[in-house]
Ligand binder design. Structure first.
Ligand SMILES: [Fe+2]
Ligand SMILES: [Fe+2]
Length: 281
């Protein structure tokens, strides 16, 4: 299918049945500097599953007030808006990735693990680098390959061919996608980001995470690029187990030492195991 034809199909499938309405409204409100925590709380309360998950997290030992948080707006004030945003999207994304698509060879659990591993790495890298919003980096990492969910649904045959090609020739899955389709999950992800009305700051890393660029040129793109490579190196690969390396420009401008990278890879593995146990998947 041509990319233009795919764009029409994506645009004609409202919400793609993927990102629930409450989620996209919350995301828009969180990005609106005039929105109050009370408005956001009222919106979250319309989704009982989401509200209870948020209360559970706010009452965990991590936020220092176990059992004391009774309302969603209290939860927002102890957790902060950025962390709330991560929970909202993380829960929606987990639901989306567990929906069966049409592809026979796409491993949805491996995809979820890869996304979570990249998100975790992006958050840690952002903190090490002193980036202003580590939760934004987490989200960008979580969503970076979202285009593959659309491919699973609308381009199942082509996607299966690409996965087969990647495994047979031991080439990166995105190269195989390009060979089969003439475009990759990056362009497809951008269609999805538009459909979801993701803010531009979030769309840039989705669009540029396979490019070699300096931190100065594109901070979040550079962070997500490195996080994706680290997720692959930590064993959370998609397609063939190709050896991914950090491009020199990314390595130099992030300025993170070799020993920090080793610790980071271990932290990624632990985080994925922990979240997987919490969600029982
Ligand atoms: Fe990617
Ligand atoms: Fe990736």
């Amino acid at each position: 299918m041509e990319l233009s034809a795919l764009a029409i199909r994506v645009a004609r499938t409202p919400g793609l049945g993927m990102l629930p309405q409450v989620t996209s409204q919350v995301l828009r409100l969180v990005d609106n500097p005039n929105a109050s925590p009370r408005q956001i709380g009222a919106l979250i309360e319309r989704d009982a599953g989401l509200a209870s998950k948020l209360l559970r997290i706010a009452n965990s030992a991590y936020y220092g007030a176990p059992g004391k948080i009774k309302t969603v707006s209290q939860a927002i004030s102890v957790m902060g808006l950025s962390a709330v945003r991560s929970v909202v999207v993380g829960q929606a994304y987990q639901q989306m990735t567990s929906v069966r698509g049409a592809s026979k060879r796409f491993d949805r659990l491996a995809f979820w693990q890869h996304s979570l591993a990249t998100a975790t790495a992006a958050r840690v890298l952002a903190k090490l680098k002193g980036w202003r919003d580590p939760e934004e980096a987490f989200l960008a990492g979580l969503l970076h390959d979202a285009g593959r969910l659309v491919m699973d649904r609308f381009l199942a045959n082509e996607f299966d061919q690409a996965i087969t090609l990647s495994l047979e020739r031991i080439i990166p899955l995105s190269d195989a996608e390009h060979e089969v389709l003439g475009y990759t999950h990056v362009e497809v992800g951008d269609l999805l980001a538009e459909q979801w009305s993701l803010p531009e700051s979030m769309r840039i890393p989705l669009r540029r995470h396979h490019e070699d660029m300096s931190f100065e040129e594109c901070p979040l793109g550079c962070i997500v690029h490195a996080a994706n490579v680290l997720a692959h190196q930590a064993g959370f690969a998609l397609g063939a187990p190709v050896l991914y390396e950090l491009p020199p420009i990314v390595r130099q401008t992030l300025g993170i030492s070799e020993s920090q990278y080793e610790g980071l890879k271990q932290a990624i593995v632990q985080e994925v195991v922990k979240v997987q146990e919490a969600l029982r998947i």
